[in-house]
Design a protein around this ligand. Sequence first.
Ligand code: FRU
Length: 487
Amino acid sequence: MSNSDEQLREAAAMEVEKHRAQVEGDPYRLSFHHMPPVGLLNDPNGLVQWRGEYHLFYQWMPFKTDHGEKFWGHYISEDFVNWRHERIALAPSEWYDKDGCYSGSALIHEDQLYLFYTGNVFNEDGEQEEYQCVATSKDGIHFEKKGPVIHVPEGYTSNFRDPKVWKRGGKWYLVVGAQNQHEQGKVLLYRSSNLLDWELLGPVAGSNENRLGDFGYMWECPDLFELHDKDILIVSPQGLDPDGMKYNNTYQSGYFAGQLTAEDCTLEHGAFHELDRGFEFYAPQTFLDEKGRRILYGWMGVPDQNEQSHPTVSRKWIHALTIPRVLEWNGSQILQQPVSELAEMREAVLLHSEITITNDQKAVRGVEGKPVELRIEFEEVEDQFALEIFHYVSFSYKKSDGVLTLSRPHFEDKSQTEFRRTVLQEDLKELHLFIDHSSIEIFVNGGKEVFTSRIFPQTEDDDILFTSLGTSTFSIEKWKLSGYNMM
Ligand code: FRU
């Protein structure tokens, strides 16, 4: 390990200690989400299960609540609920990653854990350079950097990052986010037999590829995998204009479903679907666990989207990851469900069946508090149903036009009281909510849609109110949650 690596780790550890009391005393700290110990967290990285343990790495800037020279922080768990915060996996210490060990993925090969990540550099002329780099580990905790293995190809700009690697048919494949010289976002596909020498097969998808037309100037964080009989490409395109209910955040994250023929570098795919309808969701990554589940984590944040207006900034930290979600393919779309292990956090259940509200707003006995999990099953929504949570966020369904709406105050411009995100659903059958001290994740109709958002209510407010126009009949299960056990 170089001197600079050692010094950076020490400086990060000192920064954690220096601000520990201020950060940990923040009432907006979450109880069942991954956060930075200080500074800024962004993308989930290197998701993998190895020797029975789940490894979850994250983009981390310890020294400020803003983006910059990222480290890879590291959490480990056997069960998604009990977590160990491990030593820093990667620090930005070498010439090829000195301005950030940017996002990437993990794989297991010959009993070693490999990390593929992007080395970010601003050279002497202030120009950006990005390299795809490798680091390996025999114990899953200490990593040895091997340096760059892929350089920007001809015809592409230095926006070239976020490698995701997998094995198919005895070969290794890698996708990486890229931008060509015409400022079109692309996903490049590479192949290798030894993980060190990589052959570029070409752009497998992107803006102006596969009959897509213009679709953004940069595609970040690609992830390509099989889900049942489909090949799914998850990607985070930048540069899409808002289009009705679609693309209302600063940048988007979603998927294309299709069929990959890796040898010809073709992906026949359909339309782009956003994975989440809330205000804060970006840069998701998936992995296959030993049970064969395809599990996704996302970043509960969006770059350049009012980040400095989050109230946690004054407490020296910002952002968190989502809860883990299992992906399924139902024949026409992805469904997302929280991993079943999260039920371990449940304390006593409270059950109410056959609640009927007609043209009224009501509290339901015992249904309040945070952190909390709620499952609401509907027998009938005649006209409109709404949940109002902590007098801060409202989530509603209007049957006549099938619109689901999440609204919450704007962080920056508080005068925008009608700050909302919407999507269509034919019916409202079920809501499954995970509410933490400053976040909400709402799974609709068995995970057909998800709304993920940060919320910053008055910290003592824990009221949940139910409103119906016309008659709504439903049952509720409610669990107070113990939260993650973090060591
Ligand atoms: C996505 C992203 C990635 C990049 C990383 C840097 O949020 O911009 O493209 O690797 O963040 O932290």
